[in-house]
Write a protein that binds this ligand. Structure first.
Ligand code: ARG
Length: 459
């Protein structure tokens, strides 16, 4: 390990295994651009405050720019030769500008530095995820528009319940992703707070202009308590929590894609490019991608629970336990980005089988609720109507028939007030038409929603 940032107080060399165990460079190298961005802002402020000279600041900033380019080209090995990214950048700086480089850390601790880096990283991750979610929403919207006339069974308990539009079903996910984006954007308010200036835990003795640094870095506020600022990771947890909820939504959509592309349902087919085969069963075409996304959900939940657990017993302020936030964060970012990105593409590659879905709405008594509503319109209370239709369904089940296959005479046996117009109430197309209520599956309101959704996406 190269020379320590904290060597002065020590008589003996650190144990080699301890160095390796303690180091975070193997993963926190990913913060290099954020670390340098934060250092540049800090450096400009030091000069403005007269803590270092403008000339010194200029040389430091130029060297930091070079280091960033070198890091982008992988010129520093991310191994245990450095303790963490902060030491690496500082060493590289001293290599370039000599002892002047050591001035950069004036008024700063790695504790507020790492909190800053993580905030910058999360902010970038939020905006990237937002873009990816926009693409996924576009794909869902495109499919909903393309298949706007397709009728399918809506389910509860995975039992056929009432007919719905496929577009309405797909748009349910659109709304979930809309809220996911909203949640992420809301979290950003709490991410966008500058911790720098908190130093190790108690604030700095230098006259730092924290507002200036905040403004340079595009933060909306500066932290109000130095101990809080260096020792909380709730902004990371919020990202992980948003990611977990998002993964839950992705997983449900994927579960439906798996079900729908099964022979049993036969509602949809995923294009070959997004499926895989079996090494032994030549006929197989498997929906591995939705399955994998469903599977990766557990891993993201795991990161959330792991960091919550890491944080729960920590006394204020900084503790090294908190170094464990990074792998959880990085892996979550990688996982959700990969999942949303591939699902957005896969969604565009799904073909829906309208006939098969329509057929499914005609078996399983999906119009029973409408029949009860019909009886209410003919003067029954809803409970009476429910009971009557329940008995009609039982009768039909015994006859091996659907409701619309019963004769008028048979129906009249259950309720004399049933008339010929009842058959309209049993037609799935009519069932939909009766639901043009805000938020319902009626074709009129669904089309309206699609139009509005397109505008919301800025398309
Ligand atoms: N690698 C450390 C982390 O990730 C950086 C902060 C180190 N601070 C300290 N006092 N040891 O948390």
């Amino acid at each position: 390990m190269s020379e320590k940032l904290w060597g002065g107080r020590f008589r003996e060399e650190t144990d080699v295994q301890v160095d390796a165990f303690n180091a975070s460079i193997g993963f926190d190298w990913r913060l290099f651009a954020h670390d340098i961005e934060g250092s540049m802002a800090h450096c400009r402020m030091l000069a403005k405050q007269g803590i270092i000279t403008e000339e010194e600041a200029g040389r430091i900033i130029e060297a930091l720019g070079e280091i960033r380019r070198e890091l982008e080209h992988g010129e520093y090995p991310a191994d245990e030769d450095y303790e963490d990214i902060h030491s690496l950048v500082e060493k590289a700086l001293v290599d370039k500008v000599g002892p002047l480089g050591e001035k950069l850390h004036t008024g700063r601790s790695r504790n507020d530095q790492v909190a800053l880096d993580a905030r910058l990283f999360v902010r970038e991750a939020v905006s990237h995820l937002d873009e990816l979610l926009q693409r996924l929403q576009e794909a869902l919207l495109d499919q909903a528009e393309k298949n706007v006339d397709l009728i399918m069974p809506g389910y509860t308990h995975l039992q056929r319940a009432q007919p719905v539009l496929l577009a309405h079903h797909l748009m349910a996910y659109f709304e979930m992703f809309h809220r996911d984006r909203d949640r992420l954007r809301d979290a950003l308010k709490r991410v966008n707070v500058l911790p720098l200036g908190s130093a190790a835990l108690a604030g700095s003795t230098f006259d730092l202009d924290r507002d200036m640094v905040a403004e340079e870095l595009g933060f909306e506020a500066v932290s109000r308590n130095s101990m809080d600022a260096v020792s909380d990771r709730d902004f990371v947890l919020e990202y992980l929590a948003c990611a977990s909820i998002l993964m839950m939504h992705l997983s449900r959509l994927c579960e439906e894609l798996v079900l729908w592309s099964s022979r049993e349902f036969g509602f949809a087919a995923i294009s070959d490019a997004f499926c895989t085969g079996s090494s032994i069963m030549p006929q197989k075409k498997n929906p591995d991608i939705p399955e994998l996304i469903r599977g990766k959900t557990g891993r993201v939940y795991g990161h959330l629970v792991s960091l919550l657990t890491t944080m729960k017993g920590l006394p204020l302020a900084y503790n090294k336990d908190m170094q464990e936030d990074k792998e959880a964060l990085f892996d979550t970012v990688d996982t959700v980005e990969a999942c949303v990105g591939i699902l957005a593409r896969l969604m565009g590659e799904v073909t829906f089988h309208g006939e098969r879905m329509l057929e499914a709405t005609q078996r399983g008594y999906l119009a029973a609720t409408d029949l009860a509503d019909y009886l209410v319109r003919k003067g029954m209370t809803f409970r009476q109507a429910h009971e009557t239709v329940g008995r009609m369904v039982l009768f039909a089940v015994e006859q091996g028939k659907e409701l619309h296959e019963l004769t008028l005479e048979q129906m009249k046996g259950f309720a004399r007030r049933i008339e010929k117009d009842v058959y309209e109430w049993l037609d799935p197309v009519m069932c939909l038409d009766r639901r043009n209520i805000t938020g319902g599956t009626g074709p009129g309101v669904v089309r309206e929603r699609l139009k509005k959704a397109r505008r919301e996406l800025g398309l």
